[in-house]
Design a protein around this ligand. Structure first.
Ligand SMILES: Cc1cc2nc3c(=O)[nH]c(=O)nc-3n(C[C@H](O)[C@H](O)[C@H](O)COP(=O)(O)OP(=O)(O)OC[C@H]3O[C@@H](n4cnc5c(N)ncnc54)[C@H](O)[C@@H]3O)c2cc1C
Length: 445
């Protein structure tokens, strides 16, 4: 019998595997998709277009029938490395106000105690060492440096956006992925685990491809099949074939931005500045510039928490669906109003002419309008599920998962990934996902 099976080889699965490797444990990673190389998509000009799910053959929607939230462009990149080969490397810590609602033990582990660095500081140090810089907020382009200075001059606490990336020249770059260091013999591709079942003799059977493949037995299991996938696997393990749909809470981030097509030149590498956290909208403000045709595209966006009272609901039954109920929609509108105020203020301070509309405008629609009116800022929104930041559902110290990331109903089964996040705050999830992967493995029996 296998000692430890890790299900999923994305950001969480490979971070868990890296920690198991470091501890000298015996493990295998089971990945539904194929091996398609381990290079980040931005490392090669020819694969940068894969960031767009519509152009990526590895893209697999979360839901058999995508709904309004979590529509047809929300899903996995089903291949070894998962979305760790697509992410932009933005590494922000979850803000204190949100962390305050986490279990005290986990908060202490993340932040450290009595002068001892916590998992956030250790993970940041490892990412900094990997990127070869002196800090994650090191300017990557001259424009980035100039933008940070300009925004600081306008009163924003602006720094180059903290990113775990390495620049490779000619606009190419790569973001950190734990998959690059894993031995190939530890990864089994084409192994989609459809269910985990307790064995009467001890340990667990992993059912492959809806029972069509042979089962694999393991003493320990770590579920890293993405947030929605983990919810489905835990639901199947705990409830079996119940008819009534069960409810799990899920959040993404709420984002609103403005686009301006400007004259001028920009190098091949994009520039990104974090202009601080805004308390009224509970959002991080990021201002970016990149080459766009013969000019430059500025994209300033506020990304905030999908508040707990505005969470989506995952319904797991015969078929998984995700819904947003009317009270949640009203709470989301309140966040979007504050985000528009934040962007209006940025337009005022920078002297930009801006067109604000209260109703939803997609990125593509806003871009077409911005191209038609160079110099005018046009506002857009991201729909829930579009940002690939789905988290929650199996929170630490919640109904199913204990404070150490272990499944209450199934000793020997641990869970990793953004699904563990008890309160998401405004930060992108991956710094926290990487930190929690170490935490969960350290608490495995
Ligand atoms: C374009 C893009 C940019 C992003 N930028 C950022 C950023 O800058 N900062 C940030 O913090 N986050 C960012 N993210 C989000 C980040 O990538 C995700 O939060 C993170 O990858 C989620 O990790 P995960 O391990 O839960 O899921 P994934 O990385 O999606 O991994 C899940 C893996 O499990 C496999 N799998 C699923 N089900 C099964 C099963 N039943 N059996 C076997 N295998 C299975 C999948 O094929 C996949 O390989 C970005 C995402 C995208 C797509």
């Amino acid at each position: 019998m296998l000692d430890t099976a890790v299900i999923g080889s994305g950001m969480a699965g490979t971070a868990v595997a890296a920690e198991l490797e470091r501890l000298g444990r015996d493990y295998i990673v089971l990945e539904a998709g194929p091996h398609q190389g381990r290079a980040h998509i931005a490392a090669d000009e020819g694969s940068a277009h894969l960031a767009d799910p519509a152009q990526d053959p590895a893209f697999t929607p979360f839901l058999a029938q995508p709904g309004t939230p979590y529509g047809p462009l929300s899903g996995y990149r089903r291949r070894v490395g998962g979305r760790s080969l697509y992410w932009r490397g933005i590494c922000l810590r979850i803000e204190d106000d949100a962390l305050r609602e986490w279990p005290a033990e986990v908060r202490r582990a993340l932040l450290g105690t009595d002068g001892e660095p916590g998992l956030y500081a250790r993970t940041e140090a490892a990412l900094k060492a990997w990127s070869g810089g002196t800090r994650l907020t090191q300017a990557r382009t001259e424009t980035e440096e100039a933008m940070a200075k300009e925004l600081a001059g306008l009163g924003y606490p602006a720094v180059p956006t903290p990113r775990a990336i390495r620049t490779l020249g000619q606009g190419r770059w790569e973001a950190y992925s734990p998959v690059t260091g894993l031995p190939s013999e530890r990864i089994r591709t084409g192994h989609r685990v459809s269910a985990v079942r307790k064995r009467a003799e001890g340990g667990y059977s992993l059912i492959l491809d809806d029972g069509d493949g042979p089962a694999l037995d393991a003493r320990h299991v770590v579920l890293c099949a993405g947030t929605v996938g983990n919810i489905e696997l835990v639901d199947g393990l705990v409830h079996g074939q119940h008819r009534e749909p069960r409810r799990y809470s899920l959040v993404d981030h709420v984002a609103c931005g403005m686009l301006v097509v400007e004259d001028g030149r920009h190098g091949a590498m994009e520039s990104s500045v974090h202009a601080g956290f805004d308390a009224p909208s509970r959002s991080n403000l990021i201002v970016e510039r990149q080459r766009h045709g013969s000019g430059v595209l500025m994209d300033a966006w506020a990304m905030g928490e999908q508040p707990p009272e505005a969470a989506s609901t995952v319904l797991v039954g015969d078929r998984t669906s995700i819904v947003l109920e009317p009270p949640a929609l009203a709470a989301l509108d309140a966040v979007r109003r504050e985000q528009r105020n934040l962007l209006r203020e940025l337009a005022r301070r920078t002297g930009l002419k801006a067109r604000f509309r209260e109703e939803y405008v997609s990125f593509d629609e806003a871009l077409a309008q911005a191209e038609a009116q160079p110099g005018t800022a046009v506002v857009y929104d991201a729909t829930i599920g579009e940002l690939d930041h789905e988290s929650g559902g199996l929170p630490l110290d919640g109904e199913h998962v204990d404070v150490a990331g272990q499944l209450r109903e199934a000793p020997g089964v641990a869970v990793a990934g953004p699904c563990l996040i008890p309160r998401a705050g405004a930060a992108n999830p991956s710094l926290t996902t990487l930190a929690l992967a170490r935490y969960v493995v350290q608490h495995m029996s």
